[in-house]
Design a protein around this ligand. Sequence first.
Ligand code: NAD
Ligand code: MG
Length: 380
Amino acid sequence: MKNIVVLGSTGSIGKNTLEVARNLKDKFRVIGLSSNSRWELLAEQIEEFKPTCVALNDRQLAEKLKRRFTDNNLKILTGNNCLEEIVSNQEVDVVVLAVVGAVGLPAAIETVQQGKILALANKESLVMAGHIVMPLAKKNQILPVDSEHSAIFQSLQSGKPGEIKRVIITASGGPFYDYPSDKLSDVTTEQALKHPTWQMGQKITIDSATLMNKALEIIEARWLFDLKVEQIDVVIHPQSIIHSMVEFCDGSVIAQMGMPDMKVPIQYALTFPDRNPLKVQPLNLSNIGSLTFKKPDMEKFPALRLGYQAAREGGTMGAILNAANEVAVQSFLDGKIRFTDIVLSVEKVINNHHFIKNPCMEDILTADAWARQETKKCLM
Ligand code: NAD
Ligand code: MG
């Protein structure tokens, strides 16, 4: 029996993780949950899973929760360090990090430092500080939840790290891949929030529409699998059936396939190296008919180019790219800027920034804060 904590349990990945846990009750006990503000859903989850500890960032809502759950066996945390606090509970074996954005980084570091398994959905933490997080982790201590990285990780089970020639990350292309370039600046938030193949949180859905999500995934793959940037290719695959591939030195390409369903990579991260039964829609290739592939268009989607640039240059570049993007995406969601301004502003901020090649944690946090300010200024 393993004790798991789900950080960001009220989000899309969080809810899918609880669905997986619900079906593997004999293997996992959910002992910690967290949410930013959705306290009512969190309360339902507390009633069902009976964790010993929960975190709710919003202080006022945390008070509400305390009034509802007066049982002394439930610890209710709030405030700046509440995620790290939950992670440090001695009984925790596995942390599913499913919060969105830079806030995930301290909890990621705490988890690996304490030798616990990190099932990682929060790609932002590796984008910001992969050079700090990865050296702290032992082999297979960080298990990818991101579907592409899970696919690569699964494919890697048929070879050794030294035998990898390259990885091929697939991208659905998002809702605008075939949309006319000159009309992209006019797309609405509603249009951008309609992803063709995946149901996800708002931030990652916008990232998928700009292809910034793929940029973040290039950097994530670079750190997770210790790859050179030249070993990472991206291919547009609109059906989202092949979740990514690894080409080995003998020319064999191993792919992981299946209907798009995040429960598959979540469960694999939780049960690795074992596989367990899971109710998913079966893959019926003759119904699907054809799987298609296209070269990514970096002119139309400059985010990809920025992703490669940040992966190549390293240092503070990932933290800047991520922070600028978080601010710009929020601004777009708030209806304040155009769709195309998201990546334009990220590029401006990247180009203005004071680059540090080997940043320590403090440098990363300073870069993050600077990029947020600078992006706000640039969007005013
Ligand atoms: P979501 O918006 O649906 O959920 C985010 C969760 O994080 C919520 O529980 C929310 O309460 C919590 N949260 C938000 N802000 C917070 C803060 N400041 N402090 C603490 N908690 C906070 O997002 P999601 O789609 O579930 O994505 C979560 C992470 O997983 C992201 O990093 C995303 O890139 C990654 N991811 C998601 C998918 C997917 O299919 N949804 C796939 C791959 C990777
Ligand atoms: Mg992904």
